[in-house]
Design a protein around this ligand. Structure first.
Ligand SMILES: [Fe+2]
Length: 345
């Protein structure tokens, strides 16, 4: 087995390979280093079966969509990931094969709802859930310190003590640790109750990463800034959110909202289905097709997508374009399906 970090910086990408069989996966590849990864794969004569993002990144552009288009590697993320570029959605307990290696998926939300850790032969890649002597921040949208505490204490800290920890980031020059060492000595987590951890994480007062929206929205939508003009932070902050229950009530009233689904056509007819009477306008086409829905500028409009991220971008674009009453369905079709509400396929 090859398990090697490829960036040599604070933001980590792992090559995981069965070198005997010549198959590899890349975990958390950076867009900026895609050339380097392809060179390393060629040097070792490895075929890249799959790329995995352990979560939706807010600090760098993902290299997974580009690797997919350049060399045809499939792209996997956890089920709650918003990106339409994902080919395979993973859930707790799923197994990913790399040659003869078996990688087991642990759902470890908290930093983001779609956080995963990957367990392979006595090693665990912990993404931005557990760091060496730290943990991933939980103050972004969808972050949840309590969920992170549960994921770490009930899943990661119950792994054997000698399991080697490979984090998604390290800012102090550490490379690896073990579960036993972190369970006993991680200053954020050791000897802390769940409530103490939540208070600690909710009061860290970290500044946001630079250009967070310029990174997040492309990672959530698999679109480049050349393809659409993304709203800025102040435009996104103004977007009104509606939850599944709120939309269900709205649909029971007399004045029905226009439902604009901004996913890709294959998603619209895919496993999650779509809301009855919704109009499909993929995010990439929204600006050029605004005239199709111009009649609804004064009435209520609800934007929907897979996880509620692309539709937040869409809602901000509609507000910017003069639509007066726009809401975004929080949690998107994933939340709608989870509530057992009706969809069409
Ligand atoms: Fe992250």
């Amino acid at each position: 087995m090859i398990l090697r970090e490829l960036n040599g910086g604070s933001c980590k990408t792992y090559l995981l390979a069965d070198e005997g069989r010549g198959h590899a996966i890349l975990v958390d590849p950076l867009y900026a280093h895609v050339d380097r990864y392809i060179a390393v794969l060629a040097y070792y004569r490895l075929e890249l079966d799959l790329t995995i993002d352990t979560h939706t990144h807010a600090d760098h552009l993902s290299g997974c969509p580009q690797l997919r288009s350049l060399i045809g590697s499939r792209f996997a993320m956890q089920k709650w990931a918003p990106s339409p570029a994902v080919d395979r959605h993973l859930e707790e307990g799923d197994e990913v094969r790399v040659g003869n290696l078996a990688v087991r998926v642990l759902h470890t939300p908290g930093h983001t709802p779609d956080g995963m850790s990957l367990l392979v032969e006595g090693n665990v890649l912990t993404g931005d859930t557990l760091f060496i002597g730290g943990s991933g921040r939980t103050d972004f949208a969808g972050g949840d310190a309590g969920a992170q505490f549960d994921a770490v204490t009930r899943k990661l800290f119950t792994l054997p003590d000698d399991t080697v920890v490979h984090p998604g980031h390290d800012y102090r020059g550490n490379t690896t640790s073990t579960i036993g060492r972190e369970r006993q000595g991680n200053p954020r987590l050791a000897n802390r109750t769940r409530q103490e951890y939540i208070e600690l994480m909710n009061n860290l007062q970290l500044s946001p990463p630079q250009n967070i929206q310029e990174v997040l929205q492309p990672n959530q939508s698999a679109l480049g800034s050349g393809e659409i003009s993304f709203p800025d932070w102040s435009e996104l902050k103004k977007v009104r959110e509606i939850d599944v229950e709120g939309l269900r009530e709205m649909l029971a009233q007399e004045t029905l909202p226009l439902l604009v689904d901004v996913r890709e056509p294959a998603e619209y007819t895919g496993e999650l289905g779509h809301l009855p009477d919704s109009v499909l306008i993929p995010l990439r086409e929204l600006v050029s097709r605004l005239d199709e829905i111009a009649d609804c500028k004064t009435g209520p409009v609800v934007t929907v997508c897979r996880a509620g991220m692309r539709s937040a971008t869409a809602a901000a674009i509609l507000c910017r374009s003069g639509f007066a009453d726009v809401s975004n369905l929080a949690g998107g079709l994933l939340a709608w399906n989870e509530a057992g509400l009706p969809v069409e396929r």
